[in-house]
Design a protein around this ligand. Structure first.
Ligand code: PNW
Length: 451
């Protein structure tokens, strides 16, 4: 089956993680609390009442984890920097925290693995009052970007400002299922705006320090199909896509939000200033797209659905099989989504910065036969190779994730790793999918794994 998948020899293969999900070491090296530490401490927020205090203990085990990547033939690594580790509450550099990332970068370099750093993967410092609802947070983020550009910039060839601002804005301030856990529609749109402003200010700040870094952003746009051909469902699906896609992509290209989204921000419309659009629209060297599934939307019924303009129909598995977290396995959505986005916006070169599946198969007799994940990766990579053959400028692929890890509101109950983690002993066991991916990467790049 791997034979039918062909990729350019220059195609970049890697894996992705995020600081809060793997590092642990929550109280070490002067690390400050983030809104996710606070969120985990609130009863009922996390399914298994877990937190990120230890996670995969990557803060201590990074040499083993980097060696593991190298042994699996992964040559690119997307990770995030914890803002709370590297900057103190007065905005000064924290040497101990920076030293952790320098040691990680040393280890990557020793193994010939190219880093791709994300500055913000949701772990906002708790001390920033008002969080993303405060315009000043965007300026604080630019200060943090400036600090990283100065301290680590010479070691980072590729940097993304934000990971999936839709999740921070809407899961965090409208649905209330992510930190900070608010349910306020207008606030979620204010947060979305401040996130994109933060992105623009950070790109400006970074460029003022260095011009040799490839800068981009990682989004999770979504295909939202209508539940039926009824006009109300079709209109709802459109609204869902405006929220998922246009709210983030329009500002990147200097385009105003769609009228429907401007209407939803209501009494807080004044928090978007006329000068902001030009700041958001900084030239980008790349865009990262994360793809897991599609959504099906229907017309709103309740009051909160009406404020939003749509409701999501939970997938049943009747139409397409589901992963263990309950998301549809829908590989053709990747192609449909990329085609749709490229038709609507002049995207820079694309990296698929996350793709993967929750497959909770455990280890038995030293082996993890994660058949569903392997199939998921195979079918999505087939779709990707078709897109590349059709001429879409997609330069690389990062599987989510290297390790099983802290899956946000799901705690440790959902496993996305190609490497199994036994949290009691911190034992890492590469799964069947890791070996399958290794063989595919080897075939497509002709490079033997580095030891
Ligand atoms: C992404 N949703 O999160 C994140 O970038 C990762 O940190 C995460 O582990 C991965 O996908 C798997 O979930 C998402 O509910 C979490 O729509 C939830 C949603 C989307 C993305």
């Amino acid at each position: 089956m791997t034979d039918v998948l062909s990729f350019p020899s220059s195609f970049e293969w890697g894996c992705a993680t995020a600081a809060f999900q793997i590092e642990g070491g929550a109280h070490e090296g002067g690390k400050l609390p983030s809104i996710w530490d606070d969120f985990c401490a609130q009863p009922g927020r996390i399914k298994d009442a877990s937190d990120g205090l230890v996670a995969c203990d990557h803060y201590h085990r990074y040499p083993e984890d980097v060696a593991l990547m190298a042994s699996l033939g992964l040559r690119h690594y997307r990770f995030s920097i914890a803002w709370t580790r590297v900057m103190d509450a007065q905005g000064r550099p924290n040497p101990a925290g920076l030293d952790f990332y320098r040691r990680l970068l040393d280890e990557l370099q020793r193994h010939g693995i190219t880093p791709n750093a994300t500055l913000f993967h949701w772990d906002l410092p708790s001390h920033l009052e008002g969080g993303w609802l405060n315009r000043d947070t965007a300026q604080r983020f630019a200060d943090y970007a400036d600090l990283i550009a100065r301290e680590l910039g010479d070691r980072l060839p590729r940097v993304a400002t934000l990971n999936e601002p839709w999740c921070s804005a809407f899961l965090g301030h409208d649905r209330g299922v992510f930190a900070p856990g608010l349910q306020d529609r207008e606030a979620s749109l204010v947060a979305a705006h401040h996130l994109m402003l933060a992105h623009g200010l950070a790109v400006q700040a970074w460029r003022a320090v260095r011009s040799d870094t490839a800068l981009g952003i990682v989004l999770n746009p979504e295909l939202c199909d209508p539940a039926s051909a009824a006009a109300a469902d079709v209109a709802a699906a459109r609204l869902a896509e405006l929220e998922r896609n246009d709210v983030f992509l329009n500002p990147l290209f200097g385009r105003e939000w769609p009228a429907e989204m401007l209407a939803q921000i209501g009494t807080r419309a004044h928090e978007r200033r006329s000068e902001d659009l030009a700041i958001c629209a900084q030239p980008l060297d790349f865009i990262g797209l994360n793809y897991y599934t599609r959504s099906v939307a229907r017309a709103p019924a309740s009051a909160s659905e009406t404020r939003r303009g749509y409701a999501i129909v939970p997938p049943t598995g009747a139409e397409h099989p589901l992963t263990d977290i309950g998301w549809e396995i829908y590989p053709s959505g990747l192609g449909r989504m990329v085609r749709k986005l490229c038709a609507q916006w002049p995207l820079p070169p694309i990296w698929i910065t996350e793709n993967g599946a929750a497959d909770n198969t455990g280890v038995s007799q030293g082996e993890c036969h994660d058949v569903m994940r392997t199939h998921y990766l195979q079918t999505h990579l087939a779709e990707l190779s078709t897109l590349i053959e059709a001429g879409f400028d997609i330069r690389g692929y990062y599987v989510w994730s290297l390790l099983d890890n802290f899956e946000w509101a799901e705690g440790y109950s959902q496993r996305f790793g190609i490497v199994h983690v036994d949290y009691a002993t911190q034992t890492r066991t590469p799964k069947h999918s890791a070996r399958w991916l290794q063989a595919l990467m080897q075939r497509s790049t002709g490079v033997a794994p580095k030891r």
